[in-house]
Every structure is written in structure tokens, then in C-alpha cells.
Design a protein around this ligand. Structure first.
Ligand code: GTP
Length: 351
């Protein structure tokens, strides 16, 4: 990806502005031509207008494409756009509507690039274009725009505005989708596909806030048995495969019924809106699925989990107290020989 030019949006800027430049300059030719025809412009005025409107966009594209630094070349081209638009105002003897439209259009193009400071800088270039063009045309002024000039100015006004809006919309949508993806990545543990600890805690808090105070919910705390031995015997990558497989099992068993997160290391927690016996049945399925896991790269490997279950504490939404209760149930399961579910049987003290 590093050498892929498409991975650098600034390097690709000249492609996007090429379309806008061809469109803007091409449509801009219409009111310029009408004004030149009305005031019987000389051949030099026509030649300059045609060069700016029809040759410059392609020349700018080729310069940026073949330049050593396309982004820098394109930034300079954008400033030259403003200069050329500036020269067109005196060329049209400052005919008000097309002069203002042309200058506004090239200014808008600077804003849509998102390059900081480009738009204010472009104003100086526009002013330079106006002064140079003015010196060459003697600053002749005929600002009134008749109906023919108004009509000829409409296509650039309407079409260019709509195209710039469509491009801006698609850029905003892309940024929104990328932000969403970044948020997902920040919320998801890459190994297990479960929530990260922080996001899990936030999701549990949100879930509890949405539940009635007396509504049932149960916390399951899952811990791999002798995971250190798994790592030591089969290696860390196989240990990662185990975590990955358990993440898949948990996600399949929980579906979207409640938040499931990796608290760290080999510890996974989930909260389900069910009573302890319902949670016990789900925990038992997870335990059995983990027990039946097989790994082609480590055929002798057998895994198991111990699971602690704790019902939601009465009269409180304190995840810490709740996790401690599930932790006690988990360690009872470990003490009782591992590969089992603890906490939903009567021998586990209530929270
Ligand atoms: N492969 C792998 N191992 C990890 C990861 N995170 C933590 N571990 C290992 O997980 C092991 C956790 O061990 P412990 O929870 O202390 O104990 P255990 O061996 O599972 O024993 P019990 O919990 O008592 O059954 C440690 O060896 C960590 O190095 C990980 O992302 N990948």
C-alpha cells in the first residue's frame, strides 16, 4: 500500500480537480464568449479566453500527473486557476454577473479541496489576475449584464454548484463511514471479535440503565483453564487460535442478546437479560462447545473453560460488585476441578 499512489488522497487531488476544472472553465467559456461577442473583442482576447477555458484544464492535469510532486503542482495549479479567473473579469470589461460568478466558482473550488489556507491565498492571485488583465485592457468597465449574459451565466452557476455539492456529499459520506469503522475497531478486541473491556463496561452500564430496577440479568465470567500450559506447550500463536475460537463460540451463543467482552488475557464476560438458570444453560453450551474444539495445527490440544455466574445484585447497578460475585463463582468452579459452570447451583452463595 505504501507505494500505491491511490493511498494518498493529496496525490489524487489533481484527478478530482481535473473534472471540476474542465467543467468550471468549460461552462465559464459561455458567458465570456457572449460578452466578448457583444463588445466585439479582439483576437487576442478570444485567444486568451479559449486558452484559459479549454487548454489550461488539460495542461494543468498533465503537469500534475507528470510532475515530481503532483500534490505540490496541483496546489500551484489551483492558485493559477484563481489568477486566470481574475484576468477574465477585465477581459469582460467587468461585466458584473459573469465576473462575480467566475471568481466565486474558483474560490469555491479552493474551499472544497480542504487544503488549509489555500482559499485566502487564492484571493491574492485573483487580485493579481484582475490587475494584470486590467492593465492590458485599460481597465475598461461596462458592468451591466443583459439578459443574454444572465442566461449564459446560468449553466456554470447551477451545474457547477450541483457538482461541487455532490462531490462534497460523497466526501462527507466517506468520512462518516471511516469514522464509524474506526469506532468499531476501537470497540472491538481484534483477536476475539468481542467488545474491548472499556466498551463492554460502557455497554453494560447502558444496558442496566435501560432495564427496570427489578429486571433480571445475569453476568457470566469465562476463564480458560490452564491457558498458560496451552501457551507453554503449543506456543503463543496456537494460544491465540484458542482465544479466537472461543470468541467465535461466545458470539454465536450470545448473538445480540447482551454485551460480551474480553476483559483481558483469557477472561471473557457477558451480561444476558435472563435469570441464572437460563444463563446456566447458555454457559453449559459454551463450555461444551469449547470442550469439543479441535485444532489441526495442534491435534492433541484439548481446551476447557470454567464459568462463573452471578445474578444482578438487588437494588444496584454496580458492575464491580457484580463482577466480584461472578469471580467468586468462577473460582469455585476452578476449585471444583475446572471445565464446569459455577454459581447457578444452590451451593453458590447469593450476591
Ligand atoms: N496466546 C495468548 N496468551 C495470552 C494472551 N493474553 C494473555 N495470555 C496468557 O494467558 C495466560 C493466563 O494465565 P492465567 O489466567 O494466569 O492462568 P491459567 O494458566 O489460565 O490457569 P487457570 O486460570 O488457573 O486455569 C498467561 O500465560 C498469559 O500469558 C493472548 O492474547 N494470547
Amino acid at each position: 500500500m505504501k507505494n500505491d499512489p491511490s493511498s494518498n488522497p493529496l496525490r489524487q487531488l489533481y484527478r478530482r480537480t481535473y473534472v471540476l476544472r474542465v467543467l468550471g472553465m468549460g461552462l465559464g467559456a459561455l458567458p465570456i464568449a457572449v460578452v466578448l461577442q457583444q463588445r466585439h473583442g479582439n483576437w487576442q482576447a478570444w485567444a486568451w479566453a479559449m486558452l484559459v477555458c479549454f487548454a489550461w484544464p488539460h495542461f494543468a492535469f498533465l503537469m500534475a500527473r507528470h510532475g515530481r510532486d503532483p500534490a505540490a503542482t496541483e496546489r500551484r495549479n489551483l492558485l493559477l486557476d484563481s489568477f486566470f479567473a481574475g484576468t477574465c473579469a477585465p477581459l469582460m470589461h467587468f461585466n458584473l454577473l459573469p465576473s462575480v460568478v467566475l471568481i466565486a466558482v474558483v474560490a469555491a473550488d479552493k474551499v472544497t479541496t480542504g487544503i488549509r489556507g489555500l482559499w485566502p491565498r487564492s484571493l491574492g492571485w485573483t487580485a493579481a489576475g484582475i490587475v494584470l488583465g486590467g492593465l492590458l485592457t485599460g481597465f475598461a468597465a461596462a458592468p451591466a449584464s443583459d439578459m443574454a449574459v444572465v442566461m449564459a451565466s446560468l449553466p456554470i452557476l447551477v451545474i457547477h454548484t450541483l457538482v461541487v455539492s455532490a462531490i462534497s456529499y460523497s466526501l462527507v459520506r466517506r468520512v462518516q463511514l471511516q469514522n464509524l469503522r474506526l469506532k468499531e475497531l476501537a470497540h472491538t478486541d481484534p483477536l476475539t471479535g468481542l467488545h474491548t473491556r472499556r466498551h463492554w463496561e460502557q455497554s453494560v452500564a447502558a444496558m442496566l440503565a435501560a432495564l427496570r430496577p427489578d429486571a433480571t440479568a445475569t453476568l457470566l465470567l469465562i476463564d480458560l483453564d490452564d491457558f498458560k500450559v496451552v501457551n507453554d506447550t503449543h506456543g503463543h500463536p496456537i494460544g491465540d487460535d484458542v482465544l479466537r475460537a472461543i470468541g467465535t463460540i461466545v458470539r454465536e451463543q450470545v448473538a445480540d442478546r447482551g454485551p460480551a467482552g474480553r476483559l483481558g488475557g483469557d477472561e471473557i464476560a457477558l451480561v444476558l437479560p435472563v435469570d441464572p438458570s437460563g444463563a446456566g444453560a447458555i454457559a453449559e453450551r459454551i463450555r461444551a462447545d469449547v470442550e469439543s474444539l479441535r485444532f489441526p495445527l495442534a491435534p492433541s490440544l484439548r481446551c476447557s473453560v470454567s464459568i462463573g455466574i452471578a445474578p444482578r445484585p438487588h437494588g444496584g447497578n454496580h458492575p464491580r460488585e457484580w463482577i466480584e460475585a461472578a469471580d467468586r463463582a468462577l473460582y469455585q468452579a476452578k476449585d471444583a476441578g475446572r471445565n464446569r459452570v459455577g454459581g447457578h447451583a444452590s451451593d453458590i452463595p447469593p450476591v
